[in-house]
Design a protein around this ligand. Sequence first.
Ligand code: AMP
Length: 425
Amino acid sequence: MNILLIGSGGREHALAWKIAASPLTDRLWCAPGNAGIAQEAEIAALDVENHAAVIAFCRENKVDFVVVGPEAPMVAGLVDDLEAAGIRAFGPSRQAARLEGSKGFTKDLCRDNGIPTAAYERFSAAEPAKAYVRAQGAPIVVKADGLAAGKGVVVAETVAEAEAAIDMIFGGSFGAAGAEVVVEEFLTGEEVSFFALCDGENAIPLASAQDHKRVFDGDKGPNTGGMGAYSPAPVMTEALARSAMDDFVLPTLRAMKAMGSPFKGVLFAGMMATDSGLKLIEYNVRFGDPECQVLMLRLKSDLVPALMAARDGQLKSFDLRWSDDVALTVVMASNGYPGSYEKGSVIEGLDEAAAVEGVEIFHAGTAARDGAIVATGGRVLNVCATAPTVAEARHRAYAAVDRIRWPGGFCRRDIAWRALARDEA
Ligand code: AMP
């Protein structure tokens, strides 16, 4: 098969690595890609927002299957347009991608289908939202309805902070994504993630994985796209996984199908394990990044038939095999991230780092310039390792990190500390 992968992050490098390893893959392209992905796939110079250009590329190159990595092209309807042109594509339709593209849509779906989630109200103007905040009191959570690159959520400690967040969102800094606001109850507990591959009707669970959202050691500092991840996640017990499937994923698939927009793709449930059980924080409609990187390292089965079966509605008796090893990834980010950072600093030592046993390096934001690898993003590298234990995987990953010479970057030093503490206990 000829396959086109859409995206440019560490998630897509991991997907490219796994797709390239499939015996089913003849040619693999990626658009827009990065310097690491270029080792696995041919880079296609395509404007991904131009769906007609993507379709023309697929026709010209006899592409059999398109795999969409990030949420933005899904929400923009790329999968719909490809399918309408007769090109098979993995990922949700525009209507199904509302599970991530509109927080209000998902909250209403939860309410209508008995799916546990924080109490909430939706607002399209600031004054009633503020009145609701004053009536509820703090802490309280304020969210922009649409996609805001992870910046649209404010966990407010005080009523004044919540009111400021409401003004900020309605003030227009998120464009159309801020036309509506969801205000919801603050949940306490440990955050857990659950991933399922879905074909519109059936779902199969993927291995568990957990990321670290905060920028600094000890889970301190501002939220980021994710500074590291590990799999399996001991917090996801069998009982929680069963609840995630039966009380969240399957009722969501039934509801989406009933409203005429069946969900196909990866459904990623971000949940809070509260004293009264799991509650949904949010859905994402794609693989997590950096969770995907550790999942791909543990996936023993061929990924391509699994993605095809999801697209074809054939997951019912499908099975995936996973390695018993632990996989862990340390994200190396540009100094200053998640605030402003410089681009273009040179990274050295990648080959020496990749030579450490069990290590795989996925690129998240790099480019090749004059024979050197340079940083082009906030999150730049995923230094990953597999090993039989958390401690050994972590040791390998940091041994590789220490071989990378990049004064322009930093990483957390405590990835998987919770899993390690559990192991040691
Ligand atoms: P989201 O983009 O909806 O996942 O929110 C980003 C982060 O904000 C989550 O990972 C949580 O840490 C936090 N958060 C969101 N909603 C709530 C809530 N209702 N209660 C407590 N924390 C929340």
